[in-house]
Design a protein around this ligand. Structure first.
Ligand code: ZN
Length: 342
């Protein structure tokens, strides 16, 4: 996990708390101007509470009557305040800070008998950041549940699809493997994935499903098309040493995200330098994978034979050595969707 994420989230919580408290102060000063008695009540409650705590600390709260007297006084003041608020037409919670999360008062932490725990809102916040940083456009994708095999023809045609099985049987097999990939993601046994097949047969969509399933489990994901990936690398080489304002977070994420998706590989213009960069990424991620999950999905429209001609032998041997290769087949789903009546 990128340590920056925790700093960002901490800042976000501080910002939220401050906002809730600033807004309360603004409400108070306006309210106390109109109903001065409410400010007196606040001060009296404060004084009574202070006295109560002081007696408690000094061990002088032993007599029941002293305790009762103070708590009754505080209760009465609270009641008077509620009545005044209602009389002047203010909601009963007008003098409590409006935190985004009532459970943790926007601290991200809740106290429990077994110690402090992170609040559910913190986990959600973390996932939101992971989504933001993933660079994925995932509209309409809800993970495997939204993957529809119905778009794949159920009739085999090797001439048309280049595989013996029907595209539907093929995709259901791939789906099963992808689910296993997610299920066992934390295990070092899990291999990387290579998706090949023509345009519009669901490679990017399937990568998105996997990404969503993993992000919901708290794993970081980065999606990059091959051209943007190489641009990021070149920018890093060019700027990291001579541009102070350069932000290397995407570069770091290429090396360290739990899942890196490289889409459309083979569409970038081939140069020896790119092979070397790709090898560098593969090797770094492979080394990182020994400490924490660091897997890669590569998707390509180019026929595997061509891809292997196109890329350097060393890249090919890395791919065949540590990737499970899946061939997507079928008709162009985008075209099918557009021609299907809603
Ligand atoms: Zn919370």
């Amino acid at each position: 996990m990128d340590p920056n994420i925790y700093v960002l989230i901490k800042n976000e919580y501080d910002r939220r708390r401050k906002k809730a408290i600033d807004e309360l102060e603004a409400r108070k000063s306006e309210l106390y101007y109109h109903v001065p008695r409410l400010e007196e009540i606040e001060e009296e409650i404060h004084r009574a509470g202070f006295k109560y705590n002081k007696l408690l600390l000094m061990g002088l709260l032993s007599s029941d009557s002293a305790e009762e007297e103070l708590t009754t006084a505080i209760d009465n003041l609270g009641e008077e305040r509620s009545k005044l608020l209602s009389k002047y037409g203010y909601p009963s919670d007008y003098l409590t800070p409006a935190f985004a999360c009532d459970k943790c008062s926007d601290t991200g932490i809740v106290a429990s008998v077994s110690g402090d725990k992170t609040c559910v809102c913190y986990k959600q916040q973390l996932i939101n950041y992971i989504y933001d940083q993933s660079n994925l456009s995932i509209t309409g994708n809800e993970g495997f549940a939204s993957f529809l095999a119905d778009f794949y023809a159920d009739v085999p045609s090797e001439a048309r699809y280049g595989i013996k099985k029907s595209p539907r049987r093929q995709i259901l097999g791939i789906l099963e493997n992808c689910k296993n990939f997610v299920e066992n993601f934390g295990s070092s046994e899990v291999r990387n994935l290579l998706f090949s097949g023509p345009t519009g047969v669901g490679k990017t969509y399937m990568s998105g499903c996997i990404a969503i399933e993993l992000m919901n489990r708290g794993y970081t994901v980065l999606y990059q098309t091959a051209p943007s990936l190489f641009n990021t690398i070149y920018e890093y080489r060019y700027k990291s040493s001579n541009d102070d304002s350069y932000d290397n977070s995407v570069y770091k994420s290429i090396m360290e995200a739990n899942l890196l998706i490289i889409d459309d590989i083979g569409t970038e213009s081939p140069t020896g330098m790119r092979y070397a960069e790709l090898l560098g990424i593969m090797d770094t991620r492979c080394a990182n994978d020994k400490r924490k999950p660091c897997k890669t999905i590569i998707a390509t429209n180019i026929d595997l034979k061509k891809l292997f001609e196109y890329y350097d032998e060393r890249v090919v041997s890395r791919i065949t050595g540590s990737y499970d290769i899946f061939r997507f087949a079928g008709d162009d789903i985008r075209r099918l969707k557009n021609s299907t009546p809603p």
